[in-house]
Design a protein around this ligand. Structure first.
Ligand SMILES: Cc1ncc(COP(=O)(O)O)c(C=O)c1O
Length: 391
């Protein structure tokens, strides 16, 4: 994909933005997709909710991705506007009747996830189509993940078996799906969940058309050592083969791990006070997840010199970065940031590793607008920071 900006300096020199901007490195998204497609022992979908930006979806489609996990009609519209024949897996297990009806009218819909008998009943009432697969979402054991999803979604094993049987009797092809929790640091969580799938299918006595292991694959976030993705792929492949289920497809639907490392947010320093830099974005904007997960990101300072903007690498000191909210004392990024000691108003800071669950979580508070985005070719971090040793 052609990138309008050669590097961050060129982007800043041309635009000198006074609003936050999202920088996207399409090459990194494409490389991570190749890594998944080359290593995962099944089919790869993208969970659009992690980052629904058109440039991200365009990059994935151009790199050959065909199948997507969607959670809303708006996501369906976003991806089919780019790829008309996108295969859609509506795997949010709780859906409105409208969402079921509208999505079922589209030939691109392959699958609905459900995790309760009432949700299956809704699907049966709202569409006559029986060529849409039903993927029963089962709850998983709590794993070492940044956020557990099974407290909210997923049927217990006996219930999952009952839903499978009911869907099968209603004439649907059936599968199982799960989500071990986002940023899951333990590949064994997938193996345990796959073993549970085998038990549920045996209890239900229903042929499984597919098992979708969901998302949860970790990104190598700053300050975290996570196993390489290949360890997950191997564990999943082994555990899936151990099930010996004839004719069953294996799928995954990563969000975070595909896009997290491929975007950064450019903010401007609007004020300096002692050890604090006030920036023009905060927890109600691009940094909600950083605050929620108590996570830090890499940072780099840029400054205007004449008409150009350059990176600054002066003697560092540590700063607290605070956002624009007045009433929320927590509108500050977790941790302290080592930046050149003379950082000042008007400088820009590039904050990395914000490709997933960042700008898409921004609220309208303070009439905040979704940041503009721009694609960039050259990667700005000198020490490439590939901590998941497999890259
Ligand atoms: C159904 C489903 N699939 C996939 C994902 C993507 O998860 P992750 O970003 O952890 O890979 C999510 C995240 O919420 C999800 O709910």
């Amino acid at each position: 994909m052609a990138c309008p900006h050669a590097n961050v300096e060129a982007l800043l020199s041309e635009l000198q933005p006074s609003e936050p901007m999202l920088c996207v490195w399409p090459d990194r998204i494409a490389a991570q997709l190749r890594r998944f497609q080359g290593g995962f022992p099944g089919e790869v979908l993208y969970a659009i909710k992690a980052n629904p930006l058109a440039s991200v979806l365009r990059t994935l489609c151009a790199a050959g991705l065909r199948h997507f996990d969607v959670a809303s009609i708006a996501e369906i519209e976003a991806v089919t506007a780019i790829r008309r024949d996108a295969g859609l897996f509506f795997h949010n297990p709780v859906k409105s009747r409208d969402a079921i009806r509208v999505s079922a009218s589209l030939p691109q819909i392959h699958s609905f996830a459900v995790d309760h008998a009432d949700e299956l009943a809704k699907c049966m009432a709202e569409t006559d189509r029986r060529d849409i697969q039903i993927a029963v979402r089962m709850a998983t054991q709590r794993a070492d993940a940044a956020q557990d999803f099974s407290t909210k979604f997923g049927a217990a094993p006996a219930e999952a078996a009952q839903i499978l049987r009911a869907a099968h009797q209603a004439g649907f092809a059936c599968g199982l799906t799960f989500h071990v929790g986002t940023q899951c640091r333990n590949p064994q969580a997938y193996s345990d969940a796959l073993a549970a799938c085998g038990e549920i299918a045996a209890v239900a006595g229903v042929p499984l058309a597919s098992i979708d292991v969901g998302g949860g694959f970790p990104a190598a976030h700053e300050g975290e050592i996570v196993p390489p993705l290949e360890t997950y792929f191997d564990a999943i492949g082994r555990s899936f083969r151990d099930l010996h289920i004839e004719g069953c497809r294996l799928l995954c639907e990563p969000g975070r791990a595909l896009v997290a490392q491929a975007c950064a947010v450019l903010v401007q320093v609007v004020h300096r006070r002692d050890g604090r830099l006030h920036i023009n974005d905060g927890v109600a904007g691009s940094f909600g997840e950083l605050s929620f997960l108590d996570r830090r990101v890499p940072a780099r300072l840029y400054r205007r010199r004449g008409t150009d903007v350059r990176g600054v690498d002066g003697e560092p000191t540590t700063f607290t970065l605070v956002g624009p909210l007045a009433f929320d004392t927590r509108d500050e990024l977790p941790g302290r940031y080592a930046l050149p000691a003379d950082a000042r108003e008007g400088d820009w800071i590039l904050l990395g590793e914000l490709g997933a669950y960042a700008t898409c979580l921004a609220a309208d508070f303070l009439a905040y607008r979704q940041p503009l985005d721009a694609t960039v070719a050259e990667w700005p971090w000198i020490d490439a920071r590939e901590r998941d040793h497999a890259a």
